[in-house]
Design a protein around this ligand. Sequence first.
Ligand code: PMP
Length: 285
Amino acid sequence: RIAYVNGRYVAHADASVHIEDRGYQFADGVYEVCEVARGFIVDMPRHLARLNRSLAELSIAWPVTRNVLPLILREVVNRNHVVNGLVYVQVTRGVASRDFVFPSADTKPALVVTARKADPTAGAKRADSGIAVITVPENRWDRVDIKSVGLLPNVLAKQKAKEAGAQEAWFVDADGTVKEGGSSNAWIVTRDGVLVTRPADHGILRGITRTTMFEVAAKLGLKIEERGFSIAEAKAAREAFISSATTIAMPVVTIDGDPIANGHPGSITLSLRQAFFDIAEKSPA
Ligand code: PMP
């Protein structure tokens, strides 16, 4: 495998960054994950636009010009012969002697790009059975709209889910409203067939898949309400699902062990999943 690290393509096994990289010391960096499907990078322009926003919010400069990054993504995907899988992009504020305040302006941000293959049938298999989610109290900071590599609460929540035999954890506010998953957005489908997902303010990540799903829903003639929903409403819903670049629309069949409807993947979720690839932007790798 080949990785891109600060201007060079190197063997993945030997790829390294400096011990005083601020990503390593302070989680002072941001990232993106794009799905690669059938040789296309899915929704790359939207991912790069969100990366631009994350960088701007943290006053981290672009490590390369914005036009060059797509070329690097393609190169890493191709050098790794990834036809189905993902490409990962990480930008940190760079290497500097450890100090909380920003380093001098001449410190170069660090850029790492990796890609890896995934079994193209795994998602469909998982969608056939659906996933279990648990709920955990929201314990993250109030700027999770920035896609930072500071993911410790997400790590702990998803580990807790795994130990409970579940595949995702939903962060829930003190008032009982569901925010999002550890690495996905949260949705329900009401008894009337309306899609409900929380507004994308500073309290959740504005998922690229979430954004594209609005277009998929419109194409299928489905209504979307952007509003909060409670755990109780989710458990009583017709369907529930998560969205992310790597899972697309993935049916949720239990929440904290309680089945949604008949405990089987919902038909609306599966039709969104089916239609997604036709609507999403596909950049040839
Ligand atoms: N929320 C969180 C916390 C995430 O980590 C992710 C996945 N990166 C998402 C939502 C879904 O975003 P996307 O659709 O862009 O993958």
